[in-house]
Write a protein that binds this ligand. Structure first.
Ligand code: 26W
Length: 802
């Protein structure tokens, strides 16, 4: 049905009538989208089935990526591209007077994630399938994804997200594969002729219903599975308050927790974590048992990867299955478990590390708590023999201490691999945050620098640049992105560089039109598009960016000789609803924007735009239209970053600190093609450890700082009765925890360098080309191949050379 446009249009019209029961004339865009989606999903079914059959037939080791978040975005054009049928469909629809881009508008983002961690999981799914690797995703089918952000009078307002309002064409509900997950109740130990057995009694059972999404590889017939679990009431009666049971049950997969670095510690979140883990492991063991008489070799055929600590209960859950259901000894079960599970850490922020109070954990998960307690006992025992008398170390490293279950400790003890997501982050884990564990388990620690799928973030979102690259170096890079390096051949080719310039300008023009349409603000595509898009968090220092803009405005207003290349500052950021400081920063950005954008005297030099409801589909329009990539986190705080890689791949130049993957971007692109400023991670960590930084000193000694900090409270930017006092106080009263004032002058300096470089268009284009050319390393295909080779020990079933 997709072999040529005639076949396609004919089938499409037939299916439209059958699926929607409408004639073409009376059909709507949503009918067209729905019909096309169903056609594609059915089209991939045979490869989907074949892929699973080949995994079973070859008895391949399969990996399951457990993640509480999958930030998928939109899938229509992504699937068409990976199937290689985007052209035939686009032309076929055109024949019928339908624009594919109009149908894309019909699709809601699947925003089942907060930010970096969730999007990384989505990129990894794409790379696993494209590399023909037997890797699947396990997540939760939240009824409501990440909230929709509205900016009202400069303030963030959250609206419930409704991605399932019109159904979801990509998913297949598999009610027959539902499993039961028990909560609450009590555990009874029964001596079964000398063997202690445990029964979980009087539990409240929730039914986990799987919805499977096909994960279509690019230019290959591998189709892996993303299984999303939905919580539903069990069909059989229960002697409880039905309404409460129904409400409590459906609440489990009702909504995604919108915090991305702050552990709320809500019991519903713990229910979500066990729901995901138990449903996934029960269904994995069920299909495993169809092929294997016992679970004794489970670790040879199954890998469970936990995406941060959120799915760490996979460790005690697998132990429960092996001991309680399979009747194994603790030792055998532990051997299998610790050779099945691997763990990735994504943050060192203290407030993000999950610690569950025993008083919440134990009653909800009585059997699991028993097992965690046993794991802790045995671990502390091992530590005691290794470090006799060293109570302090055992107290520090214990999994359960001070009535709290430390999930990161459990993850490290129960996994055979612990990896960080960028070189500096992994070093910080080994040398500082997890050093005691590194000393005990050095062999477990390894680095896997993050990556992004270049298929979505370059080929799909920047088709003009993609065809220029293809014209220049052919298409080998598509499956081997390191070949992008061949673009360096065009460094001296002014015609090629001119085309690069035109493409960036075209992308900037279409973004400028979108901004005009959405906000009414006119931005000049000839100005520098300086962009900071990521979650709003103090350590990401959107405040440093804003204070610099205020400084520029002051210079423009006070000094007619002040020269600067016209700039458009773009922001996109959601704040966790309970994150008061972050919401203040959003208000500050919009307040500054209001003043500056309505000041005719600077309108040819400066514009500030806060883009509402930043999400995956909007990001795909922003990166191709960006000149400057703001990666200005306090060094040592951003584990890796992945937006930085998306900017690089689209030819934007990084302005950043030596933090996370910025360092590896610098190593790959060269010092001359990046703008670095600020304290190093070492300097920051020394300040935290030994003190020595007093922010008010910088306030007193630097007039530029004093002016902008005073303007936060002196009503210069709008008399909002001390609206920004909390920000002012965080800088001067709370000693500026993230060194905003400390890095201010070197940031101003670096920004001046950026303006100078951009004014030299040829130099800028060469730098831009160097970034694209050296971005191949940051493809998630490289990252996933490293996970497959070094951690999971899985190989391409096709085994074919691509
Ligand atoms: C308990 C609440 C919570 C929720 C999410 C705590 C922590 C998280 C995530 C780990 C936060 C996150 O998304 N971290 C980001 O992960 C990216 C992918 O590895 C990195 O590139 C970012 O640097 C890191 O901040």
């Amino acid at each position: 049905m997709f072999s040529n446009k005639e076949m396609f249009t004919e089938t499409f019209l037939q299916r439209l009538e059958m699926t929607c029961g409408k004639s073409f004339q009376e059909s709507t865009k949503r009918d067209h989208y729905h019909t096309l989606g169903i056609m594609i999903r059915e089209y991939v079914s045979s490869n989907w089935i074949k892929t699973n059959e080949s995994y079973r037939a070859e008895k391949e080791k399969q990996v399951y990526y457990l993640s509480i978040e999958f930030l998928l975005g939109k899938l229509l054009r992504h699937n068409l591209l990976n199937l290689g049928i985007d052209d035939v469909v686009e032309e076929g629809l055109k024949e019928l007077g339908i624009e594919l881009s109009d149908l894309e508008e019909m699709e809601a983002d699947a925003a089942l994630g907060n930010g970096g961690l969730g999007r990384l999981a989505a990129c990894f799914m794409d790379s696993l399938a494209t590399l023909d690797l037997p890797g699947h995703g396990c997540g939760i089918r939240y009824k409501h994804g990440l909230f929709e952000q509205k900016i009202v009078d400069g303030y963030q307002v959250e609206l419930p997200e409704q991605w399932l309002r019109h159904g979801h064409v990509w998913e297949v509900r598999k009610a027959d594969l539902a499993v039961d997950v028990p909560f609450w109740g009590r555990v009874e130990a029964i001596n079964n002729n000398g063997k202690l057995e445990f029964r979980h009694l009087e539990a409240e059972t929730v039914m986990a219903v799987p919805y499977d999404l096909p994960v279509v590889g690019y230019q290959t017939d591998t189709v892996n599975t993303l299984r999303l679990w939905s919580a539903e009431t069990t069909p059989y009666p229960i002697n409880r308050d039905i309404m409460k049971y129904k409400r409590d049950t459906e609440l489990i997969s009702e909504f995604l927790y919108p915090d991305d670095t702050h552990d709320e510690g809500k019991i519903l979140r713990l229910k979500q974590q066990y729901f995901l883990v138990s449903a996934s492991i029960r269904s994995i063991v069920r299909s495993y048992r169809k092929q294997h008489a016992s679970l004794i070799d489970f670790h040879k055929y199954v890998g469970l990867h936990i995406n941060d600590t959120h799915p760490v209960l996979a460790i005690p859950e697998l132990m429960r299955v092996l001991i309680d259901e399979e009747g194994m000894s603790w030792e055998d079960a532990w051997h299998i478990t610790t050779n099945t599970i691997s763990y990735t850490n994504h943050t060192t922020l203290a407030e993000a590390l999950e610690k569950w109070p025993v008083r919440i954990f134990q009653p909800l998960l009585p059997r699991i708590f028993m097992i965690v307690n046993e794991i802790n006992e045995r671990f502390c025992q091992d530590l005691w023999t290794q470090y006799p008398g060293d109570w302090r170390k055992i107290e520090d490293m214990a999994i359960i201490a001070h009535d709290q279950v430390k999930m990161a400790h459990l993850a490290i003890v129960g996994s055979y691999s612990v990896n960080g997501v960028a070189a500096i982050h992994t070093e910080i884990l080994k040398q500082r945050e997890m050093n005691q564990f590194y000393q005990v388990f050095p062999e477990k620690f390894n680095n896997k620098t993050n990556g992004i799928t270049h298929r979505r973030w370059l080929i799909k979102s920047n088709p003009k640049l993609t065809s220029l690259i293809n014209e220049g170096i052919g298409t080998k890079w598509v499956n081997h992105p390191e070949h992008l390096k061949e673009l360096q051949f065009f460094q001296q080719d002014s015609a090629f560089l001119e085309q690069l310039y035109e493409i960036k300008q075209d992308n900037k023009k279409s973004l400028a039109e979108k901004i005009k349409a959405k906000t009414g603000i006119v931005v000049d595509p000839l100005s520098i598009f300086d962009v900071q898009v990521k979650r709003l968090h103090a350590y990401k220092r959107q405040l440093l960016n804003v204070l610099h803009i205020m400084y520029l405005y002051n210079r423009l207003k006070e000094d007619s000789s002040f020269q600067m290349y016209p700039r458009t500052f773009l922001f996109g950021a959601k704040a966790s609803p309970g994150y008061y400081y972050a919401k203040k920063i959003i208000k500050l950005i919009n307040t500054i924007a209001e003043k500056i954008n309505n000041d005719k005297t600077v309108s040819d030099k400066l514009k500030v735009v806060f883009l509402e409801n930043y999400r995956v589909s909007l990001a795909e329009e922003i990166f191709p239209a960006s000149d400057v990539s703001e990666q200005i986190s306090t060094a040592s705080k951003e584990a890796s970053g992945t937006g930085n890689m998306k900017f690089m791949m689209n030819g934007a130049l990084t302005l950043g600190t030596l933090d996370g993957a910025n360092i590896e971007i610098k190593e790959h692109v060269g010092d001359d093609n990046i703008f670095i400023f600020g304290l190093t991670a070492e300097e920051v960590m020394n300040y935290y450890q030994y003190g020595g930084y007093t922010s008010v000193d910088y306030y007193h000694h630097d007039k530029r700082i004093r002016q902008v900090v005073d303007q936060l409270t002196n009503g210069y930017f709008g008399d909002l009765d001390n609206e920004f006092e909390p920000i002012h106080d965080s800088l001067l009263m709370e000693n500026d925890q993230y060194f905003v004032l400390r890095d201010f002058s070197s940031y101003i300096e670096a920004q001046r360098e950026v303006g100078k470089a951009y004014a030299d268009q040829n130099r800028w284009l060469k730098m831009s080309l160097a970034n694209i050319a050296n971005s191949g390393f940051f493809s998630s295909d490289r990252t996933i191949q490293q996970y497959a080779d070094d951690i999971w020990n899985i190989s391409s079933v096709k085994g074919k050379v691509r």
